[in-house]
Design a protein around this ligand. Structure first.
Ligand SMILES: *[C@@H]1O[C@H](CO)[C@@H](O)[C@H](O)[C@H]1NC(C)=O
Length: 200
């Protein structure tokens, strides 16, 4: 989802350069004109946004989360996929997920967040606080992955960003298993970025 963070915020600034121009004109685009950033390109773009364009983390996170929520709503509308679970990791990626949760709630989803490893910083604490105030359920203990289908129609993967390095910590394994083994539709950023580009 960190790519989202980049793309959501870079939308009007930089992505045209990254993609060789042509697609960020606000017009329709075709999938053939899109390629994905690799890890080092993503890191570089992130740095540019902070250093060159002077965006703050909060700004990027808000744009990213809103972009995710909009893209999810476009593909999996709340009228058909009413109940969502957003699986949030400890870093910026998880922060994007918390923002997405708040917006998805406003879009009419029933929203739950699983946030097993919390970052004790005001930014994250405030985002979580906002989720609670907006009526997002905070799920401490996930059911078995195969049982998620009883409670949810769609999952959003906000677990790891481009700075992820293996191995996955034990405390995050249930969250990862949920995303891998539920059999539910999982919104991951690669898919949603495409939609973000082509459908907005
Ligand atoms: C990422 O892409 C750049 C070109 O844009 C290339 O120079 C670099 O080697 C690539 N890195 C990896 C790990 O593939």
């Amino acid at each position: 989802m960190l790519l989202f963070r980049l793309f959501g915020s870079a939308l009007l600034l930089r992505v045209g350069n990254v993609f060789g121009g042509g697609i960020m004109t606000g017009k329709q685009c075709s999938s053939s004109s899109i390629r994905y950033l690799n890890q080092s390109e993503a890191v570089a773009l992130d740095q540019d946004l902070f250093n060159e364009y002077k965006f703050s983390v909060d700004q990027l996170m808000e744009l990213a989360g809103l972009s995710v929520a909009m893209a999810v709503a476009k593909v999996y509308p709340p009228s058909l996929y009413k109940s969502s679970l957003i699986v949030c990791g400890p870093g910026n990626n998880g922060g994007d997920g918390l923002v997405a949760a708040r917006h998805m709630k406003l879009f009419g989803y029933k929203v739950a967040v699983h946030y097993p490893k919390r970052t004790p910083r005001p930014l994250y604490e405030n985002l979580l606080h906002q989720c609670k105030n907006f009526g997002v359920d905070i799920v401490e203990q996930l059911p078995h992955p195969k049982d998620l289908i009883n409670d949810y129609n769609i999952l959003v993967d906000a677990l790891f960003g481009f700075s992820f390095k293996p191995p996955v910590r034990d405390e995050l394994k249930p969250a990862l298993d949920a995303l891998l083994d539920s059999g539910l539709p999982v919104c991951r950023y690669s898919k949603v970025i495409y939609l973000l580009f082509c459908c907005t």
